[in-house]
Design a binder for this molecule. Structure first.
Ligand code: UGA
Length: 452
Protein backbone atom coordinates (compact mmCIF):
# COMPACT_ATOMS: atom_id res chain seq x y z
CA UNK A 1 0.00 0.00 0.00
CA UNK A 2 0.98 3.66 -0.12
CA UNK A 3 0.53 6.62 -2.37
CA UNK A 4 0.30 4.59 -5.60
CA UNK A 5 -3.00 2.95 -4.71
CA UNK A 6 -3.97 3.84 -1.17
CA UNK A 7 -6.44 1.67 0.68
CA UNK A 8 -9.38 3.77 1.73
CA UNK A 9 -11.94 3.63 4.51
CA UNK A 10 -15.19 5.52 4.95
CA UNK A 11 -16.35 6.13 8.51
CA UNK A 12 -20.11 6.39 8.69
CA UNK A 13 -22.14 4.42 6.15
CA UNK A 14 -25.13 6.73 5.88
CA UNK A 15 -26.06 8.35 2.61
CA UNK A 16 -22.66 9.85 2.03
CA UNK A 17 -20.36 7.12 3.32
CA UNK A 18 -22.23 4.17 1.82
CA UNK A 19 -22.37 5.79 -1.60
CA UNK A 20 -18.69 6.74 -1.50
CA UNK A 21 -17.52 3.36 -0.23
CA UNK A 22 -19.40 1.53 -2.98
CA UNK A 23 -18.37 3.93 -5.75
CA UNK A 24 -14.70 3.93 -4.71
CA UNK A 25 -14.65 0.15 -4.86
CA UNK A 26 -16.15 0.49 -8.34
CA UNK A 27 -13.23 2.78 -9.24
CA UNK A 28 -10.87 -0.04 -8.27
CA UNK A 29 -9.86 0.95 -4.74
CA UNK A 30 -9.75 -1.52 -1.87
CA UNK A 31 -12.39 -0.19 0.46
CA UNK A 32 -13.57 -0.75 4.01
CA UNK A 33 -16.73 0.95 5.27
CA UNK A 34 -17.12 1.42 9.03
CA UNK A 35 -20.20 2.13 11.10
CA UNK A 36 -21.20 1.67 14.74
CA UNK A 37 -24.63 0.43 13.56
CA UNK A 38 -24.27 -3.37 13.34
CA UNK A 39 -27.58 -3.76 11.48
CA UNK A 40 -26.49 -1.42 8.73
CA UNK A 41 -23.13 -3.17 8.40
CA UNK A 42 -24.75 -6.61 8.22
CA UNK A 43 -27.13 -5.40 5.53
CA UNK A 44 -24.35 -3.87 3.46
CA UNK A 45 -22.20 -7.00 3.76
CA UNK A 46 -25.12 -9.08 2.53
CA UNK A 47 -25.54 -6.85 -0.52
CA UNK A 48 -28.42 -4.71 0.67
CA UNK A 49 -28.25 -0.92 0.32
CA UNK A 50 -30.01 0.74 3.28
CA UNK A 51 -31.10 3.74 1.19
CA UNK A 52 -32.96 4.18 -2.08
CA UNK A 53 -30.44 5.39 -4.62
CA UNK A 54 -30.62 4.48 -8.31
CA UNK A 55 -27.81 2.16 -9.44
CA UNK A 56 -26.23 1.64 -6.04
CA UNK A 57 -27.50 -1.91 -5.36
CA UNK A 58 -25.89 -3.32 -8.44
CA UNK A 59 -22.55 -1.67 -7.72
CA UNK A 60 -22.62 -2.91 -4.13
CA UNK A 61 -23.17 -6.54 -5.13
CA UNK A 62 -20.61 -6.43 -7.91
CA UNK A 63 -17.88 -5.00 -5.70
CA UNK A 64 -18.62 -7.25 -2.73
CA UNK A 65 -18.29 -10.18 -5.11
CA UNK A 66 -15.04 -8.79 -6.52
CA UNK A 67 -13.63 -8.71 -2.98
CA UNK A 68 -12.71 -5.03 -3.13
CA UNK A 69 -15.34 -3.95 -0.65
CA UNK A 70 -16.17 -4.85 2.94
CA UNK A 71 -18.00 -3.31 5.86
CA UNK A 72 -17.11 -3.56 9.53
CA UNK A 73 -18.04 -2.34 12.99
CA UNK A 74 -14.48 -2.87 14.20
CA UNK A 75 -12.63 0.43 14.53
CA UNK A 76 -9.23 -1.20 15.15
CA UNK A 77 -9.59 -3.16 11.93
CA UNK A 78 -10.61 0.01 10.13
CA UNK A 79 -7.62 1.93 11.47
CA UNK A 80 -5.32 -0.86 10.39
CA UNK A 81 -6.84 -1.23 6.93
CA UNK A 82 -6.66 2.29 5.58
CA UNK A 83 -3.99 4.63 4.27
CA UNK A 84 -6.65 7.29 3.81
CA UNK A 85 -9.66 7.51 6.13
CA UNK A 86 -12.67 9.54 5.04
CA UNK A 87 -14.94 10.87 7.80
CA UNK A 88 -18.51 10.71 6.47
CA UNK A 89 -20.61 10.80 9.64
CA UNK A 90 -23.65 13.02 10.04
CA UNK A 91 -23.56 16.56 11.39
CA UNK A 92 -27.21 17.09 12.35
CA UNK A 93 -28.80 20.32 13.44
CA UNK A 94 -28.22 20.92 17.15
CA UNK A 95 -31.15 20.80 19.54
CA UNK A 96 -31.02 24.61 19.77
CA UNK A 97 -32.05 24.66 16.11
CA UNK A 98 -29.11 26.53 14.63
CA UNK A 99 -25.55 25.19 14.86
CA UNK A 100 -24.22 21.79 13.81
CA UNK A 101 -23.83 18.90 16.25
CA UNK A 102 -20.26 17.61 15.88
CA UNK A 103 -20.47 14.76 18.37
CA UNK A 104 -20.36 12.06 15.67
CA UNK A 105 -17.31 13.67 14.09
CA UNK A 106 -15.62 13.79 17.47
CA UNK A 107 -16.47 10.18 18.32
CA UNK A 108 -15.34 8.75 14.97
CA UNK A 109 -12.11 10.74 14.80
CA UNK A 110 -11.19 9.96 18.39
CA UNK A 111 -11.99 6.27 18.00
CA UNK A 112 -9.99 6.03 14.81
CA UNK A 113 -7.02 8.04 16.06
CA UNK A 114 -6.64 5.86 19.15
CA UNK A 115 -6.16 2.79 16.97
CA UNK A 116 -3.84 4.14 14.30
CA UNK A 117 -0.48 2.43 14.21
CA UNK A 118 1.09 4.01 11.13
CA UNK A 119 1.23 7.25 9.21
CA UNK A 120 -2.08 7.86 7.48
CA UNK A 121 -4.37 10.62 6.34
CA UNK A 122 -7.72 11.51 7.90
CA UNK A 123 -9.97 13.38 5.48
CA UNK A 124 -13.14 15.14 6.56
CA UNK A 125 -16.06 14.96 4.13
CA UNK A 126 -18.99 15.78 6.37
CA UNK A 127 -20.52 19.24 6.10
CA UNK A 128 -19.15 21.19 9.06
CA UNK A 129 -18.78 24.70 10.45
CA UNK A 130 -15.61 26.39 9.26
CA UNK A 131 -12.83 25.75 11.78
CA UNK A 132 -13.70 22.09 12.29
CA UNK A 133 -10.68 20.78 10.34
CA UNK A 134 -8.30 22.64 12.68
CA UNK A 135 -10.14 21.20 15.65
CA UNK A 136 -9.99 17.69 14.16
CA UNK A 137 -6.26 18.13 13.68
CA UNK A 138 -5.89 18.94 17.37
CA UNK A 139 -8.02 15.96 18.33
CA UNK A 140 -5.85 13.69 16.22
CA UNK A 141 -2.73 15.19 17.79
CA UNK A 142 -4.11 14.46 21.22
CA UNK A 143 -4.90 10.82 20.46
CA UNK A 144 -1.96 9.70 18.31
CA UNK A 145 1.75 9.67 19.16
CA UNK A 146 3.39 12.55 17.28
CA UNK A 147 6.04 10.30 15.71
CA UNK A 148 3.30 8.58 13.67
CA UNK A 149 2.83 11.82 11.74
CA UNK A 150 -0.88 11.30 11.11
CA UNK A 151 -2.23 14.21 9.05
CA UNK A 152 -5.60 15.78 8.39
CA UNK A 153 -7.19 17.16 5.22
CA UNK A 154 -10.64 18.34 4.19
CA UNK A 155 -12.48 17.43 1.01
CA UNK A 156 -16.15 18.39 0.84
CA UNK A 157 -18.63 16.49 -1.33
CA UNK A 158 -21.45 17.79 -3.47
CA UNK A 159 -23.58 14.75 -4.21
CA UNK A 160 -27.30 15.11 -4.80
CA UNK A 161 -29.68 12.39 -3.75
CA UNK A 162 -31.06 10.58 -6.77
CA UNK A 163 -27.84 11.27 -8.71
CA UNK A 164 -25.38 10.23 -6.03
CA UNK A 165 -23.58 7.48 -7.98
CA UNK A 166 -22.87 9.73 -10.92
CA UNK A 167 -21.96 12.65 -8.66
CA UNK A 168 -19.29 10.53 -6.97
CA UNK A 169 -17.92 8.86 -10.10
CA UNK A 170 -18.19 12.00 -12.22
CA UNK A 171 -18.00 15.01 -9.91
CA UNK A 172 -18.01 18.47 -11.46
CA UNK A 173 -15.04 19.38 -9.27
CA UNK A 174 -12.89 18.08 -6.46
CA UNK A 175 -11.92 20.43 -3.66
CA UNK A 176 -9.19 19.63 -1.16
CA UNK A 177 -7.95 21.59 1.82
CA UNK A 178 -4.44 20.47 2.76
CA UNK A 179 -1.47 21.64 4.78
CA UNK A 180 1.37 19.57 3.34
CA UNK A 181 2.69 18.18 0.10
CA UNK A 182 2.42 14.69 1.54
CA UNK A 183 -1.28 15.13 2.27
CA UNK A 184 -1.82 16.68 -1.14
CA UNK A 185 -0.12 13.73 -2.87
CA UNK A 186 -1.95 11.17 -0.79
CA UNK A 187 -5.31 12.77 -1.49
CA UNK A 188 -4.48 13.03 -5.18
CA UNK A 189 -3.80 9.29 -5.18
CA UNK A 190 -7.07 8.71 -3.37
CA UNK A 191 -8.91 10.66 -6.09
CA UNK A 192 -6.90 9.33 -9.01
CA UNK A 193 -9.60 6.81 -9.94
CA UNK A 194 -11.97 9.72 -10.59
CA UNK A 195 -9.44 11.56 -12.76
CA UNK A 196 -8.62 8.37 -14.67
CA UNK A 197 -12.28 7.65 -15.39
CA UNK A 198 -12.72 11.22 -16.61
CA UNK A 199 -9.74 10.82 -18.95
CA UNK A 200 -11.21 7.69 -20.52
CA UNK A 201 -14.43 9.63 -21.13
CA UNK A 202 -12.60 12.64 -22.52
CA UNK A 203 -13.64 14.87 -19.65
CA UNK A 204 -11.69 16.83 -17.11
CA UNK A 205 -12.46 17.13 -13.43
CA UNK A 206 -11.24 20.48 -12.12
CA UNK A 207 -9.21 20.21 -8.91
CA UNK A 208 -9.12 23.05 -6.40
CA UNK A 209 -6.32 22.74 -3.85
CA UNK A 210 -6.72 25.17 -0.99
CA UNK A 211 -6.50 25.67 2.78
CA UNK A 212 -8.73 24.09 5.44
CA UNK A 213 -11.03 27.07 5.97
CA UNK A 214 -11.70 27.61 2.27
CA UNK A 215 -12.38 23.92 1.66
CA UNK A 216 -14.90 23.88 4.49
CA UNK A 217 -16.53 27.10 3.31
CA UNK A 218 -16.85 25.97 -0.32
CA UNK A 219 -19.40 23.40 0.72
CA UNK A 220 -21.68 25.65 2.74
CA UNK A 221 -21.26 28.51 0.28
CA UNK A 222 -22.41 26.24 -2.56
CA UNK A 223 -25.48 25.08 -0.62
CA UNK A 224 -26.26 28.64 0.51
CA UNK A 225 -26.11 29.76 -3.11
CA UNK A 226 -28.44 26.98 -4.25
CA UNK A 227 -30.90 27.74 -1.44
CA UNK A 228 -30.77 31.43 -2.32
CA UNK A 229 -31.45 30.69 -5.98
CA UNK A 230 -34.56 28.69 -5.06
CA UNK A 231 -35.83 31.33 -2.64
CA UNK A 232 -35.11 34.04 -5.19
CA UNK A 233 -37.43 32.43 -7.72
CA UNK A 234 -40.02 31.75 -5.02
CA UNK A 235 -39.88 35.43 -4.05
CA UNK A 236 -40.48 36.25 -7.72
CA UNK A 237 -43.43 33.85 -7.58
CA UNK A 238 -44.91 35.92 -4.76
CA UNK A 239 -44.49 39.09 -6.80
CA UNK A 240 -45.87 37.42 -9.94
CA UNK A 241 -48.86 36.27 -7.95
CA UNK A 242 -49.51 39.82 -6.76
CA UNK A 243 -48.97 41.34 -10.20
CA UNK A 244 -50.63 38.68 -12.31
CA UNK A 245 -47.40 37.39 -13.90
CA UNK A 246 -46.26 33.84 -14.66
CA UNK A 247 -43.18 32.81 -12.70
CA UNK A 248 -42.49 29.73 -14.84
CA UNK A 249 -42.16 31.87 -17.96
CA UNK A 250 -40.19 34.45 -16.03
CA UNK A 251 -37.75 31.76 -14.83
CA UNK A 252 -37.34 30.45 -18.35
CA UNK A 253 -36.70 33.92 -19.70
CA UNK A 254 -34.10 34.95 -17.12
CA UNK A 255 -32.51 31.49 -17.23
CA UNK A 256 -31.44 31.93 -20.86
CA UNK A 257 -28.82 34.37 -19.58
CA UNK A 258 -25.89 32.01 -18.94
CA UNK A 259 -24.81 34.20 -16.04
CA UNK A 260 -28.08 33.21 -14.35
CA UNK A 261 -28.64 29.74 -15.82
CA UNK A 262 -31.92 27.87 -15.89
CA UNK A 263 -31.24 25.21 -13.26
CA UNK A 264 -32.49 25.44 -9.66
CA UNK A 265 -34.96 28.06 -10.76
CA UNK A 266 -38.09 25.98 -10.32
CA UNK A 267 -40.62 27.88 -8.22
CA UNK A 268 -42.86 25.83 -5.97
CA UNK A 269 -43.00 24.48 -2.48
CA UNK A 270 -39.34 25.25 -1.87
CA UNK A 271 -36.32 23.36 -0.64
CA UNK A 272 -36.11 20.65 2.00
CA UNK A 273 -33.97 17.61 2.63
CA UNK A 274 -31.19 16.83 5.03
CA UNK A 275 -28.84 19.51 3.71
CA UNK A 276 -30.01 22.89 2.43
CA UNK A 277 -32.29 23.90 5.34
CA UNK A 278 -29.88 22.85 8.09
CA UNK A 279 -26.81 24.08 6.26
CA UNK A 280 -28.04 27.65 5.81
CA UNK A 281 -28.94 27.80 9.51
CA UNK A 282 -25.63 26.36 10.68
CA UNK A 283 -23.77 28.71 8.32
CA UNK A 284 -25.52 31.74 9.85
CA UNK A 285 -24.79 30.52 13.37
CA UNK A 286 -21.11 30.04 12.56
CA UNK A 287 -20.78 33.41 10.83
CA UNK A 288 -22.34 35.01 13.91
CA UNK A 289 -19.73 33.35 16.14
CA UNK A 290 -17.00 34.65 13.85
CA UNK A 291 -18.36 38.19 13.99
CA UNK A 292 -19.52 38.07 10.37
CA UNK A 293 -23.19 37.51 11.13
CA UNK A 294 -24.31 40.58 9.23
CA UNK A 295 -22.91 39.18 5.98
CA UNK A 296 -25.30 36.26 6.11
CA UNK A 297 -28.40 38.01 7.39
CA UNK A 298 -30.01 37.51 3.99
CA UNK A 299 -29.97 33.75 4.59
CA UNK A 300 -32.54 34.29 7.31
CA UNK A 301 -34.75 35.84 4.64
CA UNK A 302 -34.00 32.91 2.31
CA UNK A 303 -35.26 30.59 5.05
CA UNK A 304 -38.41 32.66 5.65
CA UNK A 305 -39.31 32.86 1.95
CA UNK A 306 -38.88 29.10 1.81
CA UNK A 307 -41.11 28.43 4.83
CA UNK A 308 -43.78 30.83 3.50
CA UNK A 309 -44.31 28.48 0.57
CA UNK A 310 -45.85 25.94 2.92
CA UNK A 311 -48.38 28.45 4.21
CA UNK A 312 -49.13 29.37 0.61
CA UNK A 313 -50.27 25.81 -0.15
CA UNK A 314 -52.63 26.00 2.81
CA UNK A 315 -54.03 29.32 1.58
CA UNK A 316 -54.58 27.99 -1.93
CA UNK A 317 -56.24 24.89 -0.50
CA UNK A 318 -58.54 27.01 1.66
CA UNK A 319 -59.43 29.20 -1.34
CA UNK A 320 -60.32 26.19 -3.47
CA UNK A 321 -62.41 24.63 -0.70
CA UNK A 322 -64.06 27.94 0.18
CA UNK A 323 -62.69 27.85 3.72
CA UNK A 324 -62.19 31.10 5.59
CA UNK A 325 -58.99 31.65 7.52
CA UNK A 326 -59.37 32.26 11.25
CA UNK A 327 -56.56 33.68 13.40
CA UNK A 328 -55.09 30.17 13.58
CA UNK A 329 -55.20 29.71 9.80
CA UNK A 330 -57.80 27.88 7.73
CA UNK A 331 -59.98 25.13 9.15
CA UNK A 332 -60.23 22.02 7.00
CA UNK A 333 -62.40 19.83 9.18
CA UNK A 334 -64.84 17.68 7.26
CA UNK A 335 -62.69 17.64 4.12
CA UNK A 336 -60.74 14.79 2.61
CA UNK A 337 -57.46 15.81 1.01
CA UNK A 338 -55.19 13.69 -1.19
CA UNK A 339 -51.52 14.57 -0.77
CA UNK A 340 -49.44 13.28 -3.66
CA UNK A 341 -45.79 13.16 -2.63
CA UNK A 342 -44.09 12.92 0.75
CA UNK A 343 -40.37 12.96 -0.09
CA UNK A 344 -38.37 16.21 -0.27
CA UNK A 345 -37.87 15.69 -4.00
CA UNK A 346 -38.57 12.92 -6.52
CA UNK A 347 -36.44 9.78 -7.01
CA UNK A 348 -35.60 9.33 -3.36
CA UNK A 349 -37.29 7.80 -0.32
CA UNK A 350 -35.93 10.54 1.92
CA UNK A 351 -38.49 12.51 3.91
CA UNK A 352 -36.08 14.44 6.13
CA UNK A 353 -37.29 18.05 6.34
CA UNK A 354 -39.58 17.33 3.39
CA UNK A 355 -41.86 20.27 2.56
CA UNK A 356 -44.48 17.84 1.21
CA UNK A 357 -44.75 15.91 4.46
CA UNK A 358 -44.70 19.13 6.49
CA UNK A 359 -47.67 20.45 4.52
CA UNK A 360 -49.50 17.14 4.90
CA UNK A 361 -48.99 17.47 8.64
CA UNK A 362 -50.30 21.05 8.66
CA UNK A 363 -53.42 20.04 6.73
CA UNK A 364 -54.01 17.22 9.20
CA UNK A 365 -53.56 19.59 12.16
CA UNK A 366 -56.07 21.93 10.55
CA UNK A 367 -58.66 19.17 10.62
CA UNK A 368 -58.42 17.59 7.16
CA UNK A 369 -58.64 13.85 6.61
CA UNK A 370 -55.29 13.49 4.80
CA UNK A 371 -54.51 10.56 2.49
CA UNK A 372 -50.90 10.43 1.33
CA UNK A 373 -49.42 8.56 -1.59
CA UNK A 374 -45.71 8.52 -2.44
CA UNK A 375 -44.06 6.06 -4.85
CA UNK A 376 -41.03 5.46 -2.56
CA UNK A 377 -41.32 7.46 0.63
CA UNK A 378 -44.39 6.01 2.34
CA UNK A 379 -42.48 3.82 4.76
CA UNK A 380 -40.22 6.62 5.99
CA UNK A 381 -43.15 9.04 6.01
CA UNK A 382 -45.23 6.72 8.15
CA UNK A 383 -42.41 6.48 10.65
CA UNK A 384 -42.05 10.27 10.78
CA UNK A 385 -45.77 11.09 10.78
CA UNK A 386 -47.85 8.05 11.78
CA UNK A 387 -51.01 10.13 12.27
CA UNK A 388 -51.64 10.41 8.49
CA UNK A 389 -53.32 7.83 6.22
CA UNK A 390 -50.97 6.22 3.71
CA UNK A 391 -52.29 4.74 0.48
CA UNK A 392 -50.58 2.31 -1.86
CA UNK A 393 -51.67 3.97 -5.09
CA UNK A 394 -52.42 7.39 -6.48
CA UNK A 395 -55.96 6.25 -7.30
CA UNK A 396 -56.60 5.17 -3.69
CA UNK A 397 -55.40 8.52 -2.38
CA UNK A 398 -57.51 10.52 -4.83
CA UNK A 399 -60.69 8.45 -4.45
CA UNK A 400 -63.28 10.52 -2.59
CA UNK A 401 -60.95 13.50 -2.15
CA UNK A 402 -62.36 17.02 -2.12
CA UNK A 403 -58.93 18.38 -3.00
CA UNK A 404 -55.71 17.01 -4.47
CA UNK A 405 -52.36 18.56 -3.50
CA UNK A 406 -49.37 17.57 -5.64
CA UNK A 407 -46.39 18.31 -3.42
CA UNK A 408 -43.48 16.34 -4.91
CA UNK A 409 -42.94 16.30 -8.67
CA UNK A 410 -42.69 12.54 -9.23
CA UNK A 411 -43.00 11.61 -12.93
CA UNK A 412 -46.06 9.46 -12.04
CA UNK A 413 -47.88 12.61 -10.96
CA UNK A 414 -46.71 14.76 -13.85
CA UNK A 415 -47.92 12.10 -16.29
CA UNK A 416 -51.14 11.26 -14.45
CA UNK A 417 -54.37 11.35 -16.44
CA UNK A 418 -56.55 14.17 -15.05
CA UNK A 419 -59.66 12.73 -16.70
CA UNK A 420 -59.33 9.36 -14.96
CA UNK A 421 -58.43 10.98 -11.63
CA UNK A 422 -61.36 13.38 -12.00
CA UNK A 423 -63.73 10.42 -12.02
CA UNK A 424 -62.36 9.20 -8.68
CA UNK A 425 -62.26 12.52 -6.84
CA UNK A 426 -65.23 13.90 -4.94
CA UNK A 427 -64.28 17.41 -6.05
CA UNK A 428 -62.05 18.42 -8.95
CA UNK A 429 -59.75 20.80 -7.11
CA UNK A 430 -56.01 20.63 -7.42
CA UNK A 431 -53.11 22.56 -5.90
CA UNK A 432 -49.96 22.11 -7.96
CA UNK A 433 -47.36 22.68 -5.26
CA UNK A 434 -44.47 22.11 -7.66
CA UNK A 435 -45.82 23.77 -10.80
CA UNK A 436 -45.28 20.41 -12.46
CA UNK A 437 -48.70 19.67 -13.98
CA UNK A 438 -50.00 20.72 -17.37
CA UNK A 439 -52.50 23.35 -16.20
CA UNK A 440 -54.34 23.40 -19.54
CA UNK A 441 -54.90 19.64 -19.53
CA UNK A 442 -56.15 19.61 -15.96
CA UNK A 443 -58.42 22.59 -16.54
CA UNK A 444 -59.85 20.95 -19.67
CA UNK A 445 -60.58 17.86 -17.58
CA UNK A 446 -62.74 20.01 -15.34
CA UNK A 447 -60.31 20.65 -12.51
CA UNK A 448 -60.15 23.94 -10.65
CA UNK A 449 -56.35 24.30 -10.83
CA UNK A 450 -54.08 26.47 -8.67
CA UNK A 451 -50.31 26.61 -9.17
CA UNK A 452 -47.65 28.21 -7.02
C1 UGA B 1 -28.12 19.31 -2.01
C2 UGA B 1 -27.16 19.94 -3.03
O1 UGA B 1 -27.83 20.11 -4.28
C3 UGA B 1 -25.93 19.05 -3.24
O2 UGA B 1 -25.03 19.66 -4.14
C4 UGA B 1 -25.25 18.84 -1.87
O3 UGA B 1 -24.13 18.00 -1.98
C5 UGA B 1 -26.26 18.21 -0.92
O4 UGA B 1 -27.39 19.07 -0.79
C6 UGA B 1 -25.56 18.03 0.40
O5 UGA B 1 -25.25 19.03 1.04
O6 UGA B 1 -25.23 16.89 0.75
P1 UGA B 1 -29.95 17.36 -2.11
O7 UGA B 1 -30.24 17.67 -0.68
O8 UGA B 1 -29.84 15.95 -2.55
O9 UGA B 1 -28.58 18.07 -2.55
O10 UGA B 1 -31.15 18.01 -2.91
P2 UGA B 1 -31.32 19.07 -4.10
O11 UGA B 1 -31.43 18.38 -5.38
O12 UGA B 1 -30.35 20.16 -3.97
O13 UGA B 1 -32.78 19.61 -3.74
C7 UGA B 1 -33.01 20.32 -2.52
C8 UGA B 1 -34.41 20.83 -2.43
O14 UGA B 1 -34.58 21.94 -3.29
C9 UGA B 1 -35.50 19.83 -2.80
O15 UGA B 1 -36.50 19.87 -1.81
C10 UGA B 1 -36.02 20.34 -4.13
O16 UGA B 1 -37.38 20.04 -4.32
C11 UGA B 1 -35.80 21.83 -4.00
N1 UGA B 1 -35.67 22.54 -5.28
C12 UGA B 1 -34.62 22.29 -6.10
C13 UGA B 1 -36.60 23.49 -5.65
O17 UGA B 1 -37.56 23.76 -4.91
N2 UGA B 1 -36.46 24.16 -6.83
C14 UGA B 1 -35.42 23.92 -7.65
O18 UGA B 1 -35.36 24.57 -8.73
C15 UGA B 1 -34.49 22.96 -7.29
Amino acid sequence: SGAARPRVTFLGTGYLGATYAICYAELGYEVLGFDVDADKIAKLNSGEVPIHEPGLDELLRRNLAAGRLRFSTDIAETADFGDVHFICVGTPQRADGMGADLSYVEASVTGLAQHLTRKSLIVGKSTVPVGTAEWVEQLVGKHTPSDLGVEVAWSPEFLQEGFAVDDVLRPNRIVVGVKSEWANGMLYAAHKGVFDLAATEDREVPLVVTDFATAELVKVAANAFLATKISFINAMAEVCEAAGGDVTQLARAIGYDPRIGNRFLQAGLGFGGACLPKDIRAFQARAQELGAGEALRFLHEVDLINLRRRTRVLQLSADLLGRRSGPAGPDFSGTRIAVLGATFKPNTDDVRDAPALAVAGLLHKAGADVHVYDPQGAENARRAMPELNYETSMADAVTGADLVCVLTEWADFRNADPVALGELAAGRRVVDGRNCLDATLWTQAGWDYRGM
